[in-house]
Design a protein around this ligand. Structure first.
Ligand code: ZN
Length: 185
């Protein structure tokens, strides 16, 4: 188990398409569980392998109301229905959030941590997180879904830079930690 460094834009790996996992061997399993640790450490709802510099189709999801993280290999969004506007952030673009259109619900398919093929319908935050993470595997960032530049906005940075006193931001940092605006990563 290890915490991996999370790549940030404009790292080129974030724009690459990840490869299908052909066999879930020891190293792939270790990577997946390192991703779970990394996601937990960062306080995120999800993480894709591209974000830790590995171009394999692996995503991990931690739903706030679930005890264990979900681990998915070769995830696929089989069907989408409707659109809704949601607020989103990403660990690879720290300090920003934006409004994007996501599906109302999706049909999802993947191989889970027990190497079983799972198929289910997802909605709400789970659907949003799965769409966000599968996008990562295709080199897509949420900012690609913004209808206009105005829909991306800066939030308070957690660490202020020493000597940088030009901008004093007093917005409520706690808003990030409420379930209504959880970080999707
Ligand atoms: Zn992300």
């Amino acid at each position: 188990m290890a915490i991996l460094p999370i790549l940030e834009i404009p790292h080129p790996t974030l724009r690459k398409r990840a490869k299908k996992v052909r066999g879930i061997d020891k190293s792939i399993t270790k990577l997946a569980y390192d991703m779970v640790d990394t996601m937990h450490e960062a306080g995120g709802v999800g993480l894709a392998a591209n974000q830790v510099g590995q171009l394999w189709r692996i995503i991990v999801i931690q739903m706030p109301d679930e005890e264990e993280a979900r681990v998915y290999f070769n995830p696929e969004i089989v069907k989408t229905m409707g659109t809704r506007e949601v607020e989103e952030g990403c660990l690879s673009l720290p300090g920003y959030r934006g409004l994007v259109n996501r599906s109302v619900w999706i049909r999802f398919q993947a191989i889970d941590h027990g190497e079983t093929t799972v198929k289910f319908k997802a909605e709400n935050l789970l659907s949003q997180a799965l769409e966000h993470e599968v996008d990562h595997l295709n080199g897509i960032l949420y900012t690609d879904h913004l209808a206009s530049h105005e829909q991306l906005y800066r939030i308070e940075e957690q660490e202020s830079q020493p000597g940088d006193e030009e901008e004093e931001i007093t917005s409520d940092q706690n808003s990030l930690d409420t379930p209504a605006s959880l970080k999707i990563n």
